[in-house]
Design a protein around this ligand. Structure first.
Ligand code: ATP
Length: 231
């Protein structure tokens, strides 16, 4: 087991947004985490990452209980969140972006250092001196993904990574995520409105509605379920 959420409840102020959310992810698994806008997917990811403190329930990472742990400690364990709207430093060059995050996250024996992410995304290698904010949306998203996997990512949660990207780029990025999962045993959680693209790489589907999980099963079971008409 990599990540386990157990009866998580979370919200904002007095408003509870998600309740009784439980799931367990295994190494290498790719989860399509689906649901309408406002269903509570982002809130669940934030609670797992520690950006938001759950009001009830437990979060486990491997055999460590992490729901009282700070975000930096969760990152060090290998839990990563690629937030909606890209997590890059727009005024720094591509190289500086990579170096800043590598200085924090890449230790001896890391799965991905700067050279290995550049090998994974050759377009970045060619733009190391370019100001990150001046690149296209697709290139910025590649950089954000590179930053998220620097070090040793065990579980990468991606929140709407395809927004603003051309369909061919989405396909390429998702295949890269899948390759990393299958070759390195990384687990991925994919929150996506582009359901078709997510379903191409997913091996498990969770559907959330109104702050609760209403379906958890294989892609084939999801397509055959009563909940598929949501999409
Ligand atoms: P989306 O695809 O729109 O991001 P989602 O499934 O990720 O949808 P959440 O972003 O988790 O849904 O939002 C769930 C509910 O929580 C919504 O009703 C939203 O308005 C509310 N919400 C989200 N962020 C906040 C916040 N910072 N403060 C108060 N309410 C919030």
């Amino acid at each position: 087991m990599v990540l386990r959420l157990q009866s998580i409840q979370a919200g904002y102020g007095v408003k509870t947004v998600v309740s009784d959310v439980s799931f367990t992810l295994e190494p290498g698994q790719i989860l399509a985490f689906l649901g309408h806008n406002g269903a509570g997917k982002t809130t669940t990811l934030k609670a797992a990452m520690g950006v938001l403190r759950p009001t009830a329930g437990e979060v486990w990472f491997g055999d460590a209980r992490i729901d009282r742990m700070g975000v930096a400690d969760r990152v060090a364990l290998g839990l990563r969140l690629l937030p909606e709207g890209r997590g890059i430093f727009p005024d720094l060059s591509v190289r500086e972006n990579l170096d800043v995050v590598a200085a924090r996250n890449v230790g001896g024996g890391a799965m991905f250092d700067v050279d290995s992410v550049c090998a994974l995304f050759p377009a970045l290698q060619e733009r190391l001196a370019t100001r990150a904010g001046s690149m296209s949306g697709g290139q910025q998203q590649m950089l954000a993904l590179s930053l998220a996997i620097l070090g040793t990512p065990r579980c990468l949660m991606l929140d709407e990574p395809s927004i603003g990207l051309a369909p061919n780029l989405v396909e390429r990025m998702f295949q890269q995520v899948r390759d990393v999962c299958k070759s390195h045993g990384m687990t991925a959680v994919l929150v996506e409105q582009n359901v078709a693209a997510a379903m191409k790489i997913a091996d498990r589907v969770i559907i959330m509605n109104n702050g609760q999980i209403v379906f958890d099963g294989s892609p084939a079971e999801a397509r055959a379920s009563n909940f598929w008409h949501y999409f």
